[in-house]
Design a protein around this ligand. Structure first.
Ligand SMILES: *[C@@H]1O[C@H](CO)[C@@H](O)[C@H](O)[C@H]1NC(C)=O
Ligand SMILES: *[C@@H]1O[C@H](CO)[C@@H](O)[C@H](O)[C@H]1NC(C)=O
Ligand SMILES: *[C@@H]1O[C@H](CO)[C@@H](O)[C@H](O)[C@H]1NC(C)=O
Ligand SMILES: *[C@@H]1O[C@H](CO)[C@@H](O)[C@H](O)[C@H]1NC(C)=O
Length: 356
């Protein structure tokens, strides 16, 4: 028995060590206020986007499930779909009335997420104070933003969870569980943020935000991580290994990049009873983007996980420059029978205030 208990305790400590990177945070810490400001002021990928609002009474199943999980009134949601220039297939987004973000500002930030990452996101939700200390969540390809926690670093962090689970399956899923990832992180002197130490998935998501920042700034002629972090050598593997594995997918500013796939949206259902609203009979806008089922291993992630982020830890200011005109460039009703959309509007994104 003595032998067994020794074995168990060894396994136990190995399991603990394997659960998190267990490293100090880079010192000085990254300035996420700076990172968010830099990312927001990079030139936007396109000058216009299309916003269609759904009629009330119908919503994606995923939003209805979330609302029921969080005990929210179903009638308090608005549902929009957004079409950006780099993907012909829209993203359906649900907003609860207690969400404090302007939906167009959120759409703008989402539009600046590299499209090859964004294409892995199924639905976006903007909700009120539905979870403690949590900025946003990721599950089954969906992201939920609490209040106005929609800074670029948070949007990118959540989107990175999708990449961890879906984009590197040849190496393992989640990628953050592989030796390839863990040995590289072990080679660094520090992790990129306090939150990177919580577990390996958060470690990957936090590291990916820094990797995207570095790539985006260097591609636009800036200095990248080295310009804002004197101790970049302490975390060099974290961001360069993401860049090596995800390559072009994390490149934000490419005119030519288009989505090539999307995951099938959750069913459209009646809010009142959850029964399926038959969209077959509607003449919906179509696209030739390849639509795939979410892989089974994603379906197994049942919980919508609460997330803190470095933003919370850093306690940064929360100013969001507005780039999107509040007044649509044009708006027109869309006729269908039965009714599905209440309107279709085109919004213009103002030019970047930073001359590059
Ligand atoms: C974390 O690292 C420290 C210092 O190397 C070590 O003493 C501790 O046991 C580690 N903790 C875990 C949970 O592995
Ligand atoms: C972080 O960056 C912001 C924006 O550039 C700046 O105003 C602030 O002083 C910086 N904070 C620290 C602690 O350096
Ligand atoms: C759900 O909301 C209702 C109405 O506000 C409230 O009475 C009930 O206690 C809530 N249930 C939970 C589980 O939060
Ligand atoms: C659910 O509600 C819708 C809208 O009121 C209605 O048309 C539909 O028949 C209902 N379905 C069921 C199974 O009750």
């Amino acid at each position: 028995m003595a032998g067994l208990s020794v074995l168990l305790s060894v396994l136990y400590s190995l399991a603990l060590a394997a659960d998190s990177p267990n490293k100090t945070t880079v010192s000085p810490p990254f300035n996420y206020t700076r990172i968010d400001a830099d990312l927001r002021f990079l030139p936007p990928p396109d000058s216009t986007f299309l916003r269609r609002e759904w009629i009330s009474g119908i919503m994606p199943q995923a939003c209805r499930d979330f609302a029921i999980l969080k005990n929210l009134t179903l009638g308090d949601f608005s549902v929009y779909e957004f079409v950006f220039a780099d993907c012909a297939r829209p993203w359906v987004m649900c907003q609860h009335k207690e969400s404090s973000v302007k939906i167009n500002d959120l759409a703008y930030t989402i539009s600046t997420t590299p499209v090859l990452m964004r294409q892995r996101v199924r639905h976006y939700m903007a909700v009120g104070n539905t979870h403690d200390g949590a900025a946003a969540t990721w599950s089954k390809g969906d992201i939920a933003f609490r209040l106005d926690f929609t800074q670029p670093s948070i949007v990118l962090h959540e989107t990175s969870h999708g990449m961890d689970h879906l984009a590197l399956n040849d190496f393992g899923s989640p990628f953050s569980a592989t030796d390839a990832w863990r040995k590289n992180i072990a080679a660094d002197a520090a992790v990129v943020s306090d939150y990177s130490n919580v577990n390996w998935k958060e470690n990957f998501a936090e590291s990916t935000v820094i990797a995207i920042y570095d790539r985006a700034m260097k591609m636009s002629g800036g200095g990248g991580v080295e310009a804002i972090q004197g101790s970049w050598r302490q975390v060099y593997h974290a961001y360069t290994v993401v860049q090596a594995f995800l390559g072009d997918q994390i490149w934000r500013n490419s005119e030519k990049k288009k989505c090539w796939m999307r995951y099938v949206d959750s069913d459209v259902v009646f809010a009142v009873n959850g029964s399926k609203f038959d969209t077959q009979q509607l003449l919906l806008p179509t696209s030739d983007v390849q639509v795939m089922e979410l892989p089974d291993h994603i379906q197994e992630i049942e919980e919508l996980l609460d997330e803190a982020t470095s933003f919370d830890a850093a306690g940064g200011t929360h100013e969001m420059p507005t780039f999107v005109e509040e007044e649509p460039e044009r708006c027109e009703p869309i006729q269908s029978s039965p009714a599905f959309f209440s309107s279709e509007c085109v919004f213009r994104v103002k030019g970047s205030v930073l001359s590059m």
